[in-house]
Design a protein around this ligand. Structure first.
Ligand code: ADP
Ligand code: MG
Length: 715
């Protein structure tokens, strides 16, 4: 009978020869409990024995791999107080001396008689061949041309040769693997069968076999992930009752006609995508990616008006109060002359043209005064507030909507899945409101396919015309910093404005606020660089009224410079601001720097950004260099992914159900796409995968539905 992964997941490693409770515990400490865990404990690299060199032929300066036996090993403390371990190894053709610094455990590892594979650079030390700090693999007496090297644990004492031995037993006893993936799909991408794949990855005859095996196993990992995502997406589309909006009303057109500029082609395209989704009966679940300043707010507003003109309510949730206030103000101004049918009178039935009343836009945050808050809540509950803009306050338990048609979530990276679902659940209607999430933190396309794989994605890929590029400078030396303040002063003198962003201290709002206060005091001191200017201070600990007043004064041009914490990170839109100074810039991540920089470059005037930093880490340096080199959010996202690895990217949403052991979203981008299309084909109109019982079983084993998924499915 063919083996399934589920069967192997049900077997403890103790079924293997020589694995008792102690070995099982050691393996457990490496995350290997079941036979399936072991089978998917893949080699970290391979030694190609054909490339191995005899010690006697080594030439100083070579990078070489040798297979040798340890003859002796000893350790001592050098005069520089370093621990030094020295071993002598030989392979019959000669002797090599190897030296390790500050790795005292090597003495235990390299007991006399141990067979080792060494990889390193050959030096000449007083006429003898030597390697310093080589890579060491304990492959034991493994035979074969290609030797897999497994991740090993020094602490648990599990070495690669032991893993290889166990793996040979697993492969032998497992026999033939069942095939859950339809043959047509395997054929389409020329993928080998599972039995060959597990053999090829663990016991290859050639490096070509490894590649073939890897392709298959990478595909399987990505396919499982995509199946889950597509399944969930299909489920939402087909099972959950959504709203089919009547999209033909007058309001959206009225908005467009009233704008002082034309929508960009990208905005028009994206609005059309959203409108089509809204008109369709299934619930919309769409992500709008657009770089900072690409004009997402207007797209959101157009979508909200589509909901309102169809007789529903709309909600816009922003991550900060500053941003919610700004949105409410901007939207309120744009919709000032807008009206909706007044259904509170009987005119609907009297044959008269129906009466109109002004469209009502409200702002709801935790700072909304009690009386006003009560009025807004009543308006939301009886449907007389058409649009509401707010923060987390919108998902408060006492908030309920008469007929919520669309939820827009701005800067979605700041919110969790839970909050999205919670806002959707606020509606008292039976149908699930449409959801549009927006983010200015672009992630590479294939990564988006995975991280947001259950959403449809729209991209605003061009910015409104007339923007001038932002000139970004790295201010590293005190001279650079002096020049920077001089330039800020001349911007101000020319009538422009600027921001100074203060370092982020350990996520503590209180400390951040203190730092911002200190910076403000230094800059405005009699001998400070901004002594003669009007400089405001903005941070999260200020009383609400004071914050409002400061932001308002800055918008009105009554302040020249705003010293702020990252409260201004997202969304803040003051086109006259042309100077951005980011202090201790190496403390911020790439996405955050890009966001902060995006506060300038929003008007007609050329903007300047300085990143003040003397980074202490190569990564910090790389981040700053990336920002200086590019203003393109998508390009920066690639660099970010490169620097941080995908673990962090997957973290938020795929926590605990990430079985990507071989696949890399970066290196295997092409396989992400193939797996996506395969998953779409397999799921078809059958979100429960009833025609694929083996796949269902495997998904339940490897990627069990967790609470997060349940939550989404319940809508
Ligand atoms: P973001 O995508 O970062 O949220 P915003 O929606 O805040 O960007 O838009 C940035 C600025 O661009 C705003 O001042 C907005 O009024 C302006 N804007 C948006 N669309 C257009 C357009 N089609 N033409 C000109 N300016 C536009
Ligand atoms: Mg925005």
């Amino acid at each position: 009978m063919a083996r399934t992964l589920t069967q192997l997941a049900g077997l403890n490693v103790t079924v293997l020869d020589g694995v008792g409770p102690a070995r099982a515990k050691a393996l457990g400490s490496m995350g290997v409990d079941s036979v399936l865990d072991l089978l998917t404990h893949y080699p970290r690299r391979y030694l190609d024995r054909t490339r191995q060199e005899p010690i006697g032929r080594l030439v100083p300066g070579d990078e070489a791999m040798v297979l040798a036996t340890v003859r002796s090993c000893s350790s001592r403390t050098t005069r520089g107080r370093q621990r030094m371990v020295t071993a002598s190894v030989s392979d019959g053709s000669g002797t090599l001396s190897i030296t390790f610094f500050n790795q005292p455990w090597r003495e235990r590892q390299l007991a006399a008689g141990t067979d080792v594979v060494l990889f390193g650079k050959v030096d000449d030390f007083r006429g003898r061949r030597q390697m310093t700090n080589p890579v060491v693999d304990l492959v034991g007496d493994q035979t074969g041309r290609i030797v897999p090297v497994y991740p090993q644990s020094e602490k648990a004492g599990v070495v690669t040769s032991e893993v290889a031995r166990m793996m040979a037993e697993v492969l032998r006893r497992a026999g033939t693997f069942a095939e859950p993936v339809p043959a047509s799909i395997l054929g389409q991408w020329d993928l080998t069968d599972r039995t060959a794949a597990y053999r090829g990855i663990h016991a290859p005859e050639s490096m070509g076999e490894v590649t073939t095996a890897r392709n298959r196993l990478v595909f399987d990992e990505l396919l499982r992930l995509q199946l889950r995502l597509v399944q969930r997406k299909r489920y939402l589309e087909t099972v959950t009752p959504g709203l089919a909006h009547d999209v033909d009303g007058p309001l959206m057109q009225q908005l467009v006609d009233g704008l002082p500029f034309a929508l960009t082609d990208a905005q028009q395209r994206v609005i059309a995508e959203i409108t089509a989704d809204m008109a369709a009966p299934g619930p919309m679940h769409r992500l709008l990616q657009g770089d900072v300043g690409s004009g997402k707010t207007l797209v959101a507003l157009a979508a909200l008006l589509v909901a309102v003109q169809g007789g529903h309510q709309g909600a816009l949730m922003a991550p900060t109060e500053v941003l919610a206030e700004q949105h409410a103000m901007g939207i309120g101004a744009l919709l000032e002359a807008f009206s909706v049918p007044d259904t509170s009178t009987d005119t609907l039935f009297s044959g008269e043209p129906s009466a109109q009343r002004p469209l009502r836009v409200s702002l709801l945050t935790n700072r909304t005064p009690a009386a006003q808050r009560r009025r807004i809540l009543a308006g939301l509950a009886d449907g007389t507030v058409e649009l509401v803009v707010g923060t987390h306050a919108l998902i408060g338990a006492e908030v309920s909507f008469a007929d919520l048609g669309l939820v827009v979530i701005d800067e979605q990276h700041r919110f969790g899945v839970e909050q999205r679902a919670a806002l959707r659940a606020r509606s008292t209607g039976l149908a699930v409101p449409d959801v549009l999430v927006m983010t200015a933190t672009p992630i590479p396309r294939t990564a988006a396919m995975t991280v947001y794989g259950d959403l449809d994605v729209s991209v605003l890929d061009t910015k409104p015309p007339g923007r001038t590029p932002i000139v970004t400078t790295w201010a590293r030396t005190p001279d650079d910093v002096d020049a920077m303040w001089a330039a800020v002063r001349s911007e101000v003198t020319a009538g422009r404005q600027g921001y100074v962003v203060c370092p982020l201290i350990d996520e503590s709002e209180k400390l951040d606020a203190a730092a911002a206060g200190d910076t403000h005091a230094e800059l405005t001191a009699p001998d400070g660089p901004l002594a003669d200017h009007r400089v405001g201070l903005l941070h999260g600990r200020l009383p609400a009224v004071e914050r409002d007043a400061t932001m308002e004064a800055f918008r009105a041009g009554e302040l020249d410079v705003l010293v702020a914490t990252t409260v201004i990170e997202v969304g803040v839109d003051v086109p006259n601001a042309t100077a951005m100074v980011i202090l201790d810039a190496d403390r911020f991540g790439i996405a955050q720097l890009h966001q902060l920089r995006g506060r300038v470059g929003r008007g007609r005037h050329e903007s300047l950004c300085w990143l003040v930093a003397d980074p202490s880490t190569p990564d910090g340096e790389a981040r700053i260099e990336a920002l200086v080199a590019s203003e393109d959010g998508f390009a920066l996202a690639e660099v970010d992914l490169e620097l941080r690895g995908e673990g962090t990217l997957m973290g938020e949403r795929q926590k605990g159900r990430n079985d990507l052991k071989l696949a890399s979203l970066r290196r295997d981008a092409v396989w992400v796409q193939r797996a996506r299309s395969a998953a779409e084909e397999i799921v078809g109109d059958d979100p429960t995968l009833s025609g694929h019982p083996l796949l269902v079983e495997e998904l339940d084993t490897v990627l069990p539905d967790d609470d997060d998924t349940d939550y989404l499915l319940k809508g």
